[in-house]
Design a protein around this ligand. Sequence first.
Ligand code: DON
Length: 566
Amino acid sequence: MQYKFKISLFYKILISIFFVLSCNEVKKETIYKKGMVSSAHPVASKVGLDILKNGGNAFDAAIGVHFALSVVYPNAGNIGGGGFAVYRLNDGEVGSLDFREKAPLKSYRDMYISNSDDGSTVDDKKSKIGHLASGVPGSVDGMVKLYEKFGSLDWKLLLEPSIELAKNGFSLTDKQSNSLNRVMILFDSINDSEVSFVKEIKWKENDILIQKDLSKTLERIRDKKRDGFYSGLTADYIVNEMKKGDGIISYEDLNNYSSIWRKPIIGKYKEHKIISMAPPSSGGIALLQLLHGAEKLNVGNYEHNSLEYINTIAEIESRVYADRSTYLGDSDFYNVPIDDLIDNKYLDNRFSSIDPSTKTPSNQIKEGNIQFNESEETTHFSIVDEYGNAVSLTTTINGAYGSKVVVENAGFILNNEMDDFSVKPGYPNMFGLIGGEANSIEPNKRMLSSMTPTIIEKNDNLYMVLGTPGGSTIITSVFQTILNVIDFNMGMQEAVDAKKFHHQWLPDFLVVEKNTLNTNLNENLKKMGHKINERSSLGRMDCILIENGILEGGADKRGDNTALGY
Ligand code: DON
């Protein structure tokens, strides 16, 4: 395994930083041979590309990109949130890191229910906005853990581009300026201190966003790694910020936080090996269930996005999400029946009632019968390096700009990940997902996620690296992108561009991207009983396809996503 590269490249990287700052135009071709980074922002992709070109490996680049996104993509990139990384080394070894947020020690099951005696009033605003919405952040610990195991360049060099971008600013894209304008009032009302995202007049494209406090926080992380965030000044700032609202994150929570190496979920789709994320993400298990259904029902034989195709997929998805809501949660706290849920016999039976020409009303779908043996804001990036290592990483602060709380003096946004717990059995979270005991709130527990960073092998070789944001729609977008490539022979970019749809059992809606359905198809789906809910877009995929030694990027045009390589 050759993932180490040990020369100091300080000057080269510094030169690259100036290039990043001066570079508004980036090459858009997405076919390369050596290495590639596909991320939600062109500047972050450029940071990763420079690290790769300077001899860094995919993990060095992932760390650089993650910190860069915390600056240039504040709606989801973060140091105040958490995520998951799935990797495959060039010798075939696979693994994953869980740096998901945890419920603070002072959290408790009914913390968002105002009258727990009759259990009636859920104050779900508190799980979404403000200080009480945040779990204990995991991102910085995650990056340090990735570095300690696989990093090859100097840690400080990986942080330098982000520090410069925060200190000197970067220019906003059109989409970003609009997004900040939408949220400015909320930022202003939640925070009593000055926030770099708020200004007197509206943001416009090419305005420079400077984040001085964030640059100092990143400097502390550069100098002290984990301690630069979980103790010292940054910890003081977080705990002080908590005191200003109803926040409960304590020094003890910060000190105790630790990300965890987990065995990925591994399965097969046709001749492909699928490697994805285990609980506390539901992504890997749900993805394998979906793919099993797709293979059993031969969905590749239908015309892409035709009536039978959409209905069959929606039927498979409904059953999978019904299972998710009952059985999935943090496996360190709840006995998630992982093997049973992806067992071939169980799944054959689970999908046996599907008729491609009939829609089953969601109230007639229940979770499957498992016999217990007792006992649109996240961001994903995909990286392949010239040594053949791959990293698939999804990270989030949950909703756009998380809890909207910006830690005073530290300049970063805290997540609102507590809303991913089931705040009350059967009560929907912000993505309409429901849950129960498996995903109830407990101190130190991780909230269930849909993030699905995935790597696929074909004939024992690295084949695809993919993932996306999108809340509950993450799993189904990853699923359909895989089908697009494997069953419909699309290239990576084409598979990402293709229109997507989504069914999550409850609410009983077929969510469809605008312009997916012609009038006929729309009418026929309605006749089957589908209630159609149109959305402007689904997913912001960042993917890489590796075939015959060629890397093809798939960066979602629905966002500012950009794949760069060399
Ligand atoms: O972990 C999860 O499943 C969610 N917190 C992800 C949030 C998300 O993707 C928001 N993007 N649209």
